[in-house]
Design a protein around this ligand. Structure first.
Ligand code: NAP
Length: 283
C-alpha cells in the first residue's frame, strides 16, 4: 500500500487560519496587534524569499510585520543596536534575525541579544532551557511544526522509537527534546555525521526524522516497513527542491511520509505566526 502523504500545506493552512481567528479576537479584546520585526542583513537570495514569505504570511493572518534591511557590510555593533531598539519597542512582540548572517557577524552574540520574551524563533538559551524542562514559552518553529504534523495525522509517539538524523541547535536537538517530553513519550535516538552504521539504526525507527542537509540521504533500505518518515531537508538541486529522503524509494516502504516541497517547510512559518501571537498575548 502506498504511504499516506502528510500534507504540510493543508496542516499549515489550518494553523494559520486558527492564528488569524485568534488574532482577530485579541485585537477586538485588547487592541493589541501582534507585530513581528524581521531583520535581513545582506541580500542572500534564499533569505530574501524566506523573509518575504514570512512577511506575507503575517499580513494574511492579520499580524503586523516590519522588515529591517541592512547592508551586507553592517558592523556587529550596528546590528546589536538595532536589536536593542527592537527589544525596547513595546509595540513589537517578535524579533527575527534571518540566518545565515554574513560571515563577519557573530550570530550567537546577535541571537543571544534578543530579549527572550520576543525570541519567536526560540533560539535563545533561556527558551531552549524552558523547552527542555517541559515548560516552554515558545517552541522552535521547525520541530514544533513536525510535532503538529504528527499530532494532526494521529501518529502515535508513546513508546515508539524515533530516530532523528541531525543534531543542529535549530532542528535536530530540539526535535529530539520535544519527542522525549512526558506526554509525547517517544524513545529517541539522535544520529550525526560520526554515527556508526547509521543505516541499521534508521531501520529500527518507527518514526524517522531526517534533518541532514544532504539531498536524498535516506535511502529506501534505511526505512523500516511501516515507519513514518518526516523529511525536514530543503536542498536545491538543479533549481529543484529536494529533501533529505529519497522520496520515491521511502514512500514505497513507509506508512506515512512528508513530501518536499509541501511538507515540513510550510509548517515552519505557521509556527512562527503562532509564536508571535503567543508573545503578543504574553505582553
Ligand atoms: P545543519 O546545521 O547543517 O545540521 C546537519 C546535521 O546533519 C548535523 O548535525 C550533521 O552532523 C548531520 N550530518 C551531516 N552529514 C551527515 C551524515 N553523512 N550522516 C549523518 N549525519 C550527518 O542543518 P540544519 O540547519 O539542521 O538543517 C538540516 C536540513 O533541514 C537542511 O536541509 C535545511 O535546509 C533543512 N531545514 C529545513 C527547515 C524547514 O523549514 N523545513 C528549517 C531548517 C532547516 P554533525 O553535527 O556531526 O556535523
Amino acid at each position: 500500500m502506498p504511504a499516506q502523504i502528510i500534507d504540510g500545506i493543508a496542516i499549515a493552512e489550518s494553523v494559520r487560519n486558527q492564528v488569524a481567528a485568534e488574532t482577530q479576537s485579541l485585537i477586538a479584546e485588547t487592541g493589541i496587534v501582534p507585530h513581528l520585526a524581521a531583520v535581513l542583513v545582506g541580500n542572500d537570495p534564499a533569505s530574501e524569499v524566506y523573509v518575504r514569505n514570512k512577511e506575507r504570511a503575517c499580513l494574511k493572518a492579520g499580524l503586523k510585520s516590519t522588515l529591517h534591511r541592512l547592508d551586507a557590510a553592517t558592523p556587529q555593533a550596528e546590528l546589536l543596536a538595532l536589536v536593542d531598539a527592537l527589544n525596547r519597542d513595546t509595540t513589537i512582540h517578535g524579533i527575527l534575525v534571518q540566518l545565515p548572517l554574513p560571515k563577519h557577524l557573530d550570530s550567537t552574540q546577535i541571537l543571544d541579544a534578543i530579549v527572550p520574551t520576543k525570541d519567536v524563533d526560540a533560539f535563545h538559551p533561556e527558551n531552549t532551557g524552558l523547552m527542555l524542562q517541559g515548560r516552554p514559552r515558545f517552541l522552535p518553529c521547525t520541530p514544533a511544526g513536525v510535532m503538529k504534523m504528527l499530532h494532526v495525522s494521529n501518529i502515535a509517539t508513546a513508546g515508539r522509537h524515533a530516530v532523528v538524523i541531525g543534531r543542529s541547535d535549530i532542528v535536530g536537538k530540539p526535535m529530539a527534546a520535544l519527542l522525549v517530553q512526558k506526554g509525547v513519550d517517544a524513545t529517541v535516538t539522535i544520529c550525526h555525521s560520526r554515527t556508526a552504521d547509521i543505516g541499521s539504526i534508521c531501520r529500527t525507527a518507527d518514526i524517522l526524522i531526517a534533518a541532514v542537509g544532504i539531498p536524498e540521504f535516506v535511502k529506501g533500505h534505511m526505512v523500516k516497513p511501516g515507519a513514518v518518515v518526516i523529511d525536514v531537508g530543503i536542498n536545491r538541486v538543479n533549481e529543484r527542491l529536494v529533501g533529505d529522503v529519497d522520496y520515491a524509494a521511502a514512500s514505497a516502504v513507509a506508512s506515512a511520509i512528508t513530501p518536499v516541497p509541501g511538507g515540513v517547510g510550510p509548517m515552519t512559518i505557521a509556527m512562527l505566526l503562532q509564536n508571535t501571537l503567543t508573545s503578543a498575548r504574553l505582553s
